[in-house]
Design a protein around this ligand. Structure first.
Ligand SMILES: Nc1nc2c(ncn2[C@@H]2O[C@H](COP(=O)(O)OP(=O)(O)O)[C@@H](O)[C@H]2O)c(=O)[nH]1
Ligand SMILES: [Mg+2]
Length: 219
């Protein structure tokens, strides 16, 4: 118990330093969290393809093993650094500090951090981000916000992905949003399909609003 507290305190200290570092450079850092396979990398691929001419973006990819997601992001056209956590189930603030030293995200850019896929541990580890974006796909069941409330309570935006599959699955979007609101009344929602592009405009609006606030005229 004591060890766990010390680790979290140490992480919070480093996260606060990261936050200052991002603020000093007008960088909007977003922490993307979800179960494995919800579509984090797909969302980033399409976002980079659509926006990279107007919105400078860099990416830190977190997975236990492989460079697969980093390869996908590089192919989409953004500078990217892969962090492999080995047996670890989440990124921590120290990993982000070291990754930024190498990646050097430019002043006034958006730094997308794709966390390791799970709805539990990444909720506990602040990375110094400005906002957490939780992604849930319609194949996962609409009760997940009630089962994993810590993650939904910590998030600022909830992306409901794979809406193209709604006719084929038993997923009540209204019920999912209501369940998430129960744990976090301030949570915002965007419904989209990263692979077909449906609904992406609302996500881009949210992104532009937040990047304008943070990155200002540096973009
Ligand atoms: N039908 C459908 N499939 C999707 C969508 N977004 C992602 N996928 C698929 O879901 C799988 C996992 O996506 P990925 O982006 O790797 O998820 P991640 O593990 O969260 O990064 C892949 O096969 C994607 O093609 C979507 O909007 N609709
Ligand atoms: Mg991924």
């Amino acid at each position: 118990m004591k060890v766990e507290q010390d680790i979290l305190q140490q992480n919070d200290l480093l996260a606060a330093r990261n936050r200052g570092w991002f603020e000093g450079r007008s960088i909007l850092a977003l922490n993307l969290v979800s179960s494995p396979g919800s579509g984090k990398t797909s969302l980033l691929e399409r976002t980079i393809t659509d926006l990279h001419d107007t919105l400078p973006m860099t990416v830190i990819e977190g997975d236990q093993q492989t460079l697969r997601d980093a390869d996908r992001i590089a192919a989409a056209g953004a500078p990217v650094l892969q962090v492999n956590t080995g047996k670890g189930c989440h990124l921590d603030a120290g990993m982000i500090k070291r990754a930024c030293e190498e990646l050097q995200p430019p002043q006034g850019s958006v730094l997308m951090i794709e966390n390791v896929g799970n709805l539990v541990c990444p909720a506990l580890f602040d990375l110094g981000e400005a906002a957490k974006v939780v992604i849930i796909s319609v194949t996962e069941g609409d009760d997940k916000p009630l089962k994993y409330p810590t993650m939904f309570a910590a998030a600022d935006l909830c992306v409901i992905n794979k809406i193209d599959l709604l006719p084929h699955v038993n997923f009540d979007v209204e019920a999912c949003e209501a369940a998430a609101r129960q744990v976090n009344p301030k949570l915002e929602f965007v419904r989209l399909a990263a692979t077909t592009g449906e609904g992406m405009e609302l996500w881009y609006r949210w992104l532009r609003q937040h990047s304008a606030n943070t990155c200002g005229d540096k973009v």
